[in-house]
Structures are given as C-alpha cells and as structure tokens.
Design a protein around this ligand. Sequence first.
Ligand code: SAH
Ligand code: DHB
Ligand code: MG
Length: 210
Amino acid sequence: MNQQEYITQLFVKEDPLLQKVLQSIVEHNMPEISIQPDGGKLLTMLVKMSGAKNILEIGALGGYSGICLMRGAGSGSQLTSLELEQKHVDVAYQNMKHAGFEQRVKYMIGDAKHSLQSLIKNDETFDFFFIDADKGNYVNYLEWCIQLANPGAIITADNTLRKGTVYDATVTDKDTDAIRQYNQIAAEHPQLESLLIPSGDGLTVSVVQK
Ligand code: SAH
Ligand code: DHB
Ligand code: MG
C-alpha cells in the first residue's frame, strides 16, 4: 500500500454517487481524469472551512469535482463552471442533477479564456476557485482568478504534482513546465499565500490578499 492508498482507505468513504459519476464518464467515452477521491474530499473540506458562497470551477468534465465543491458549500451558494465541450456539460449537468445541485450550477460553455473575460467585464466576484482545465493556461487562469477574487478568496489548482514529474528535472514536457511555472508564481506572488498539498495528484492552494 502507498501513502495515498492508506489515506484514502482510512479517510475517504465509499461513495456510490461519485462512483456513478465515474461510470457515466466511461460510458460516454470521456477522459478518466476526474479529481481523485482524496483530492475531492479536500475540496469539500476547503469550501466548508472557508464558508465560500460563490464558487468558480475551470474544467467541469463529468461533474465529479463540481459535486465535491458543492457538498462543502452552504445552501445559498452557487457554482459557475467553465467548460469547453458541450458534451461534457451535458454529462456534468445530469450528474449535478442526481446530486441535487442543478438549481445552483451555471455552466458557461466555450473556451474558459473568453468566459473569464466576460466575468471580469461584468464585475463578477468569487470566494473560491478550482482550476482544472488545460495546463498550458494555468498561469493565465491564475491571473484572471486573482482579478475575480474577493478579499480572502481561495484559489486551488489540480494536478500540480503531475505524478511527481514536477520535481523530476529530467522531465521537460510542455504541461509539466506549465505546472512548474504555476507553482512558482503561486509561491512567489505578492498577493498570494500558497502551499502545494500532496493529496490526489497535488492541489496548490492559495489565499488571496487584496
Ligand atoms: N474538474 C473535473 C475534471 C476536469 S478535466 C473533475 O475533477 O471532475 C478538464 C476539463 O477541462 C475537460 O472537460 C476539458 O474539456 C476542459 N477544458 C480543456 N480546455 C479548456 C478550455 N480552454 N476552456 C474550458 N474548458 C476546457
Ligand atoms: C490530465 C488532466 C487533468 O485535469 C487531470 O486531472 C489528470 C490528467 C491530463 O490531461 O492528462
Ligand atoms: Mg485534474
């Protein structure tokens, strides 16, 4: 057994609803890249601890992380989820409906770059962010999320360990380099206080000072 298996079997309960989400992703031939169960539980707990009401997700896929985020959020909370693929939105919406969150989720379909610009233009603000789409844009997403952040907001980003490749200097593919850059900026940004938490595939967590 490894560290993640030990933690998951001890702390993360079997979850028939989330298992169904994973099954629906396979059935629809979508990529099997939902956040891992321990990372999902961390999202739920971070949202709960922060008391976030207005949540923004970049990358919906099948709704797994959306359910984890909304499970931690109170009854007056809202999720805005940015997703490129109409098909993914359809599956995510069905799964959010099964979980009872369909009234509180709004999907913006299209390139997240454009959706974020329109949110900024409309002076929208959020308390919690989960970045989990194309790795090459993580650094851009971070800057736009800071612009959209309420004081004290939390910005999280998935896959920031990339199975350990981020700290293996022999690995130099584009996505790994993009994640390295994200982590470096999160670590050094004057408006952020950050830490990479090694749950799931790594979650970089930042608190925004404004
Ligand atoms: N957060 C999900 C997994 C997301 S996988 C979960 O843990 O349950 C990444 C998703 O980002 C995919 O659905 C993909 O279609 C979407 N995506 C990729 N590039 C994008 C872009 N430029 N804008 C919006 N979504 C994008
Ligand atoms: C990949 C993307 C993800 O968001 C993820 O959680 C796992 C893998 C990928 O593109 O390989
Ligand atoms: Mg991910």
